[in-house]
Design a protein around this ligand. Structure first.
Ligand code: NAP
Length: 280
């Protein structure tokens, strides 16, 4: 028996269609949604990601400004840029792309993004509100995990979910969103002893680590649901997840693919957040 493939493509298409229609409506009413992405790195993959996000935005009637401050930007200048964008009434969503210049503290800089425009949930206030069960934009990747599970009718109430990874962009917010859905959540990380002993008792495993093939068949319970958040580039130019899909698919009940799982839903939700911000 091979695991069911929990694709994100269909859900992403649905979210994009709704977002596009709502953005067109807002434009008609004189408030065209606009996203701004602040970039301060020479890393080619970040620049590529930002350009592809901008292209995806334009496709759903969201205009997108890329503000490239260069890899030597001073933290104070990045903060000032973010603050200026937040006080600009025509800009509704503000994203600070990582990586940041050496010495810049992500949480300090992201604190300059007003929560109502913090469409990728980067401001620590957004994570705090999420933890408190209050309305806030969640980091799109963490929300995509939940959206994908919901779309594929995976029950979460009372189920044991093991989240592998505790970053502020994926693991921690995903854990809070899962708690808000009444799952019983265990968060694992690099200091966790005997990872397989924990994950193999879980009904759902969420892998958000950044290590190709870390999660193997020994880490999963027969019939469980596995969400692969990892995106790891290979030497031959492919993208693979944190899950060793070949072995896990023989044991798990369902598995999200990489690419085509969490990734497209993340992008769609980010744009949906920008339109939601514009609607307020
Ligand atoms: N699909 C998408 O849209 C999307 C978006 C964002 C990120 N991602 C991908 O998701 C992955 C995680 O991203 P991230 O930003 O959360 O990464 P990160 O900030 O590097 O965090 C990685 C987490 O994994 C833990 N970890 C490392 N080695 C481990 C091990 N051997 N066993 C258990 N846990 C281990 C780390 O533990 P410690 O805390 O102890 O160091 C840390 O909490 C990456 O592949 C990234 O590319 C995908």
């Amino acid at each position: 028996v091979r695991a069911r493939v929990l694709s994100g493509k269909e859900l992403a298409t649905t979210i994009r269609a709704e977002t596009s229609a709502q953005a067109a409506e807002l434009t008609k009413l004189g408030s065209p949604p606009k996203l701004a992405i602040v970039l301060a790195t020479a890393e080619a993959s970040a620049a590529w990601y930002v350009r592809s996000l901008a292209a995806a935005a334009e496709k759903v009637n969201v205009s997108c400004d890329i503000v490239d401050l260069g890899p030597d930007a001073a933290p104070a200048d990045i903060c000032e840029t973010l603050a200026n964008l937040c006080s600009d009434d025509t800009t509704h969503g503000v994203i600070l792309q990582t990586p940041l210049p050496a010495g810049a503290k992500p949480a300090d800089l992201a604190s300059a993004i007003a929560p109502e425009k913090d469409v990728d949930g980067a401001n620590p206030l957004s994570l705090g509100r999420l933890a408190a069960g209050l309305p806030a934009f969640a980091p799109a990747t963490a929300e995509a995990v939940l959206a994908l599970l919901c779309h594929h009718n995976v029950e979460l109430t009372g189920r044991h979910v093991a989240v592998v990874g505790r970053s502020t962009v994926v693991g921690k917010p995903a854990a809070h969103l899962l708690l808000n859905k009444n799952a019983t959540v265990t968060v694992c990380h690099s200091r966790t002893k005997d990872l397989a002993a924990i994950t193999s008792t879980a009904d759902v495993v969420v892998a958000a680590v950044g290590r190709a093939g870390l999660i193997t068949a020994e880490h999963v319970r027969p019939g469980s649901v596995v969400v692969d958040v990892g995106t790891n580039p290979t030497d031959d130019g492919r993208l693979v997840g944190d899950v060793d899909a070949a072995s896990v698919a023989e044991k798990a009940g369902a598995l999200t693919p990489v690419p085509g799982g969490v990734g497209p839903v993340t992008t769609a939700l980010l744009l949906q957040h920008a339109v939601q911000a514009a609607a307020h």
